[in-house]
Write a protein that binds this ligand. Structure first.
Ligand code: NAD
Length: 358
């Protein structure tokens, strides 16, 4: 199991994406996004994705270097054609547009079609927060069906994450709620398969609609060859809440942008909805962050449940992972490491040199 420094892994990923034809600045945006997801503990949205990004670029489904551009615009809205460029490039462009518009009018919304997979949605919320804004976003995966409806037993919807990022008094510690509306992101199953591990009960059904903990049953590569499905957040009991959110994300991200929903064929890998709100146009930045600090202290105060040491706010688990991984490097399982080397070789990129610490 190699452990790689952040710098070496990023440089390797930059070389790979440049090998697919991306200009260096864009290769860096994609590489830093993926390594940033690993850094924050979301291996499901980290460099494990290099293989699929490279495959899509090689097949022509993605067009590295294509110029994202606005096709429809008002003072506070923009519809963006991502040109089928890598998602982190398109979503960074779209969030920057939303921020610029929010500075002007108090609120900015950018919606994008023809975008590659944008990865960890929270990254774009953090971008809004760094500009003093509230960031809201969601993405669907048009044409993709891997999550059940509540009460359904087969694949109907994507994992459709929703994100709300809030500035706080400490700029280094924003609140970043960034969650799939399925019980977990699909990539967590991929990570479990690569690591040969079982997943907890209540995550997935097998191809016959029976609950299982074997992640290969989800892909139809386990004993049951029929592909299974993920449950909506809330699981078997309260999954109607996740199901409702999931449907809303299909509409806000896929249908509003014209990217397509779970029903139709796709224009791009992710339909993108990103929004920035300037708190100065409402209660004011200082008042907002001050009252939020009081709220945070209120919810974190004891008493706590037996066996619980502290109440965490959204975004904190990711910051803890980042502190740990920045210091010690990013550990990758052998299978993922091998797949990355194969993807690199497929675009004429030599194996990583140095930076492997364990
Ligand atoms: P998760 O379940 O690990 O975390 C969800 C949220 O809960 C996070 O905001 C986290 O900070 C918070 N959280 C976690 N533990 C907590 C605790 N103990 N107390 C308080 N808050 C806590 O994340 P997920 O739902 O598996 O999603 C993982 C990533 O996958 C996200 O970044 C999401 O954007 C991404 N994703 C992307 C796509 C795509 O198509 N681009 C699709 C699905 C998911």
């Amino acid at each position: 199991m190699p452990t790689v420094t952040v710098e070496a892994l990023t440089a390797y990923a930059v070389r790979i994406f440049a090998g697919t034809g991306a200009p260096l600045d864009e290769a860096r945006i994609v590489a830093e996004h993926l390594v940033g997801a690993n850094l924050r503990g979301h291996d499901s949205h980290g460099v494990i994705r290099i293989t699929s990004y490279v495959e899509r670029a090689r097949s022509g489904a993605m067009v590295p270097g294509a110029r994202p551009h606005v096709v429809k615009e008002s003072v506070s809205t923009a519809l963006v054609d991502g040109g089928l460029n890598y998602g982190p490039v398109v979503a960074t462009y779209a969030m920057d547009l939303a921020i610029t518009k929010a500075r002007e009018t108090g609120v900015g919304i950018a919606s994008a079609f023809n975008s590659g997979h944008i990865g960890r949605v929270g990254a774009y919320g953090e971008r809004a927060v760094a500009a003093g804004m509230i960031g809201i976003g969601s993405v669907n995966t048009p044409g993709t069906r891997i999550v059940t409806a509540f009460g359904g037993a087969s694949r109907r919807l994507g994992t459709n994450p929703i994100m709300i990022a809030l500035p706080t008094e400490d700029p280094a510690e924003p609140f970043v709620l960034d969650m799939a509306t399925s019980v977990v992101a699909e990539g967590k199953l991929r990570v479990a398969v690569n690591a040969g591990k079982h997943v907890p009960e209540g995550w997935i059904l097998d191809g016959d609609g029976t609950p299982t903990t074997e992640p290969r049953d989800f892909y139809g590569t386990g004993e049951n060859e029929r592909a299974g499905a993920l449950l909506p957040v809330g699981g078997p009991r309260s999954g109607y809440k996740g199901f409702g959110l999931n449907m809303a994300v299909e509409a806000l991200s896929g249908i509003l942008s014209g990217s397509g929903s779970a029903v139709e064929g796709a224009r791009g890998s992710n339909g993108v909805f990103l929004m920035a709100i300037d708190p100065e146009r409402f209660a004011g930045f200082e008042a907002f962050t001050g009252m939020f600090a009081a709220l945070a202290a209120h919810v974190q105060a004891p008493p706590l449940m037996d066996g619980v040491d502290e109440v965490l706010l959204a975004g904190e688990p990711e910051r803890r992972a980042m502190r740990e991984r920045s210091a010690h490097g990013i550990a990758l399982d052998e299978e993922t490491w091998k797949q990355i080397a194969e993807a690199a070789a497929s675009v004429g990129v030599s194996p990583i040199e140095g930076g492997i610490t364990a």
